[in-house]
Ligand binder design. Sequence first.
Ligand code: MSP
Length: 647
Amino acid sequence: MPRNPEKFYVTTPIYYVNDIPHIGHAYTTIAADILARYNRFSGRKVFFLTGTDEHGQKVQKAAEQRSLSPKEHADKMVVNFKEMWQMLNISNNAFIRTTDEGHKARVRELLSSLWEKGLIEKRSYAGWYCVPDERFWTEKDLVNGKCPDCGRDVEQIEEQNYFFLMSRYHDALINHIEKNPSYVQPETRRNEVLGFLKSQPLGDLCISRPKKRLPWGIPLPFDEEFVTYVWFDALVNYYSGPQYLAPADTAWWPADVHIIGKDILTTHAVYWSTMLMALELPLPGTIFAHGWWTIEGKKMSKSLGNVVDPAAMADKYGVDAFRYFLFREIPFGHDGDFSEDAFITRINTELANDLGNLTTRTFTMAVKYFAGAVPGNPEAAIEPELLDIASAIPDRIEQHLRLLQFQKALDEIWKLVAYTNKYIESNAPWALAKSPETSGRLAQVIYSCLEALRYLAACLYPFMPSSMEALWKQLGFDEELGQTGLASAIKNTLPAGRKLGGFKALFPRIEKEKKKEIKSQIRRKEVEEKTEGNAAGGGGLIGIEDFAKVKLRTAKVLAAEPVKGSNKLLRLEVDLGDEKRQIVAGIGKSYSPEELIGKAVVIVANLKPAKLMGVESNGMLLAATDAEGMLSVLTTATGIKPGASIK
Ligand code: MSP
């Protein structure tokens, strides 16, 4: 993994501030954290960078909808990420925001440098533009006339813009990827990039947006009428971050690993690589694109209401159980399905049973037979076979983590867990305790189990830092495990006679009741939808107390317009007497915007805000459906004031 054995620089993508952090963001960030912790633990200097992507059209639009400036909007949203990373025990060394002055200055420097080298040109350009993705596409890129990436409508746009002469680096890029097999990983993604590059000429990259159309960005240093394309700006974070956010004693660039999701492979493997080539800067060691999580077989989406909130998971099941599951369940690089059943089964079998019971049994016996101290008998030495297995693991972890094979590293570690559990069964310490003649053997068995736990704490630390710190303390060490470092943690055998710390179970079993509670949380939205369906069919009765929770109010439609990119959604501004609100309603096929203006409609006023196609909706408009699916909005008799409550 590290190219320079002394230092290690790892990054996550910088996340769009519009979103609330979900399992996808957490996945990449925890992966980077495991690598960062592992490398720090192994004695390397580490810089781990994450942050937020704050410029561009999406942010500008979201801010407008909240009547905030884009920076105010970003300032509020960035807190969600910072808090989430704290909660998930993420050890990032710095947090970059693309609105930082330090970052903006570097973007402008790099743009000037490319401009001076003659690698940026102004051209007139006509193309198909996908607003949500903020990307231009050529006619042949489109799939059925829609954006090939997200499937949404595209707009024809013609304007003057600046282009980075990316096409010049086509051959050099192919060459670099071919010569450096670890540059794009995993192998399938490497083949995908090579296949794409070899099948067509590489175009030039439009790296500006006219300020008139999009003011929210970094102005080009050589033409202030334009701002920098958000991807050019965002990618530079990897290079700019260490320059103003890292200790200056180390030359951090190039990064060792950029961890990204598979959806942003092209921007990294092609745009970023060629930008660096043009700037004559070294390329990163590895760009690793991981797979995507589906949720119980379905794509995760806000409209399905199945977005997994990492904070809720960590809160209920524990941060470390969540961290463990994500990397144990599927090989990094593959797609995977997050199912709550699989999650709970794994926690119960592997953490509560395998590792948890091993720990509980060992400590209980140490307390019972040796008064809670490390056995002091002279025969107490670790069992040779167990030592062989345990001492082989650290090297294997290094090999696997070099290749970001988290699951394989955990497989290795679990061999020791399984072996030690069997060792207890076959040696039956409870039987050895019955006779003074076997007391020496009893001491050896318990000592060996405690030693196995010492290895396990050290090896599992990067994956489950706080539980392993707790285990380390229970083994009687004063210095924190993270501070001790891997080499010492492995070398420092337990001294006979050492008093063990107080024992507390690390991974409690998840009981069925809790499981039900969580399940109902994840499926809440699905259940709501099903209930609506049932009610239409005459079943699914609810009590008056449930109905009383729903606040229905009248509202007057002040303005209406289609939501860009959707032929169904309309954005409405409604008056509730005491407040005005924005609501997004899926009635665009049944009503033109003009027909709705002035209408007295009925809304659910106490729904949590939701975003539809990126537009926030604060409530739901009620409408009846006919057999053809045409909708008819509910209205009230005249004379009812906007905001009246409906009971
Ligand atoms: N701002 C850009 C990245 C710029 S990096 C210079 C961006 N931001 S994002 O907020 O959309 O990033 C989301 C990250 O989360 C991506 O790496 C994406 O692959 C990942 N995921 C989003 N949904 C996911 C799943 N369902 N599963 C796993 N990862 C997913 O893109």
